[in-house]
Design a protein around this ligand. Structure first.
Ligand SMILES: [Zn+2]
Length: 491
């Protein structure tokens, strides 16, 4: 007879992701205990343990990749004097509405100069670069910071996806030539695919942003968009070609091989780890809760002993033996709490643990156990001696399986359109629209305004990886198309 268990409420998500993405996301954050929005400054959010562990793993992967590609780490102060900002006019104009200022300190009252909490570090770092970089031998100069930045965000905030404080990596690089800088932009895009698409399983497209929508002070901005559940795109990391727009005002110069003093060409790249995390859980999660790539899960395997009266000891002993066999290679936990097996299943599904191992007295008699994969719910009966082999196989394929499914879903979300009415319809149905467009230079801005007004979408930019485009004319003005652009609603 089954031992009487405490009947805990089942903890699965109650709001369907498909029906109400936003409500689903909020419930996921609360029930899986990923963030707490009750901290008493608006837009500032506490990241809980389960989220923090994964975000730290994401940092580590990104940092390792940057260092592999020749970037060195730096630590910079979080305050930037106002005078630094004033050096680059477009940059200060772009960021002014979002800055937090420190104006007073201790008993001495008002500070002689306002200090900004860094919204991004160009104006802090490049002052230093002008002192550090001397000759062509110092180039390329590739550095990165892992830090927090603060922006007084006006749009509605949402844990991980948009807040007034976020956690990111910013990489800032100096080259002797514009071509060198452009190569770096390409490398940054490649790195983004390696981390976000291969490791986090988020499908995305890189766009060159239109002239009217680029980073304040950049020559060009290249940004990745991912399509979230509600038919809206979310901007993920962007990389900016700064050219000499900052090196001139900040005096970042080097003596070239010909003995001449020249201004460097710069790039910056900002993969926001907290936002990438938000995008990942929003994209991969389902109505049972989180789905996490194998490497990024805080716990990879949970062992659930199914306890019956009088058989408890042998089942627990077996669970501990399995734990010992797996713990050196994986992060493993035995859940021997008092909850019913059903509650435990719900709870670990909610948390996105990739593999669940169930072991009960009847399994013991058959010398087997049951493995359940979180992302597709597949149940596998495994004979005891095969355990390590089967777990290894699941671990090796798990992330790739999620990625492949994501990529297929994503492709089906893109619709090619040749007429405005079709575009309106497609956007209404939550698709990304690909269409011909006259120009992403300032000449095209009028057509972009019409896209916003009539189609209810934004021109996200020109697809970077596209060799040639197939549209003859601009969807809006009918003039010859210079490129394919993508239209979508955005967060
Ligand atoms: Zn046009």
């Amino acid at each position: 007879m089954a031992k009487k268990k405490k009947e805990a409420p089942l903890t699965g998500i109650t709001i369907s992701k498909e029906d109400d993405f936003s409500g689903w996301y909020t419930e996921l954050i609360n029930k899986a205990e990923l963030a707490d929005i009750r901290y008493n400054i608006k837009g500032f959010v506490v990241y809980r343990e389960w989220a923090t562990i994964t975000i730290r793993k994401m940092y580590k992967k990104t940092e390792d990749l940057l260092e592999e590609k020749g970037h060195l780490p730096l630590t910079m102060p979080s305050l930037i004097p106002e005078s630094n900002f004033l050096l680059e006019a477009e940059h200060v104009e772009g960021f002014a509405p979002e800055l937090f200022w420190v104006t007073e300190a201790g008993n001495s009252g008002k500070l002689p100069e306002r200090l900004a909490l860094r919204p991004t570090s160009e104006t802090a770092l490049y002052k230093m670069y002008s002192m550090w970089i001397r000759s062509y031998k110092d180039l390329p100069y590739k550095r990165y910071l892992s830090c927090q930045v603060w922006r007084y965000e006006g749009k509605m905030t949402r844990p991980f996806l948009r807040g007034r404080e976020f956690h990111w990596i910013e990489s800032h690089n100096v080259f002797a030539t514009m071509e060198g800088a452009m190569e770096q932009v390409k490398e940054d895009m490649e790195s983004t695919y390696q981390i976000l698409q291969d490791e986090c399983c988020i499908p995305m497209i890189f766009f060159q942003r239109p002239e009217w929508d680029k980073f304040a002070g950049a020559v060009h901005t290249y940004a990745a968009d991912a399509l979230m559940g509600s038919g809206k795109v979310l901007q993920l990391p962007s990389t900016h070609l700064l050219g000499q727009n900052f090196s001139k005002p900040f005096d970042v110069k080097f003596v070239d091989t010909d003995g001449e003093e020249k201004y460097g060409y710069q790039t910056c790249y900002g993969p926001a780890q907290s936002r990438n995390y938000g995008a990942m859980i929003a994209y991969l999660g389902d109505d049972q809760g989180l789905v996490l790539p194998f490497d990024l899960a805080p716990i990879q395997i949970v062992i659930i002993p199914i306890l019956f009266k009088e058989k408890e000891d042998i089942v627990l002993t077996k669970a501990k033996e399995i734990f010992e066999r797996l713990k050196n290679k994986f992060t493993v936990k035995i859940d021997d709490s008092d909850e019913s097996p059903g509650s435990k299943f719900y709870n670990w599904e909610l948390k996105g643990v990739p593999i669940r191992i169930e072991i009960g007295p009847r399994d013991l008699e058959k010398n087997q156990m049951v493995l359940v994969k979180r992302h597709d719910g597949k149940k596998i009966f495994v004979k005891d001696p095969d355990l390590e082999k089967v777990v290894d196989e699941i671990a090796q394929n798990y992330t790739r399986e999620i990625k492949e499914k994501s990529m297929i879903d994503f492709e089906s979300q893109i619709e090619l359109t040749y007429e405005k009415d079709a575009a309106i319809e497609a956007i209404k149905n939550g698709k990304i629209v690909a269409c011909g467009f006259c120009s992403i230079d300032l000449d095209g801005e009028r057509c972009a305004e019409i896209v916003e007004k009539d189609i209810g979408a934004e021109v996200r930019g020109k697809r970077v990886d596209e060799e040639k485009h197939e549209f003859a004319t601009c969807l809006i003005c009918g003039k010859p198309a210079s490129c394919t652009v993508y239209l979508a609603k955005s967060y």
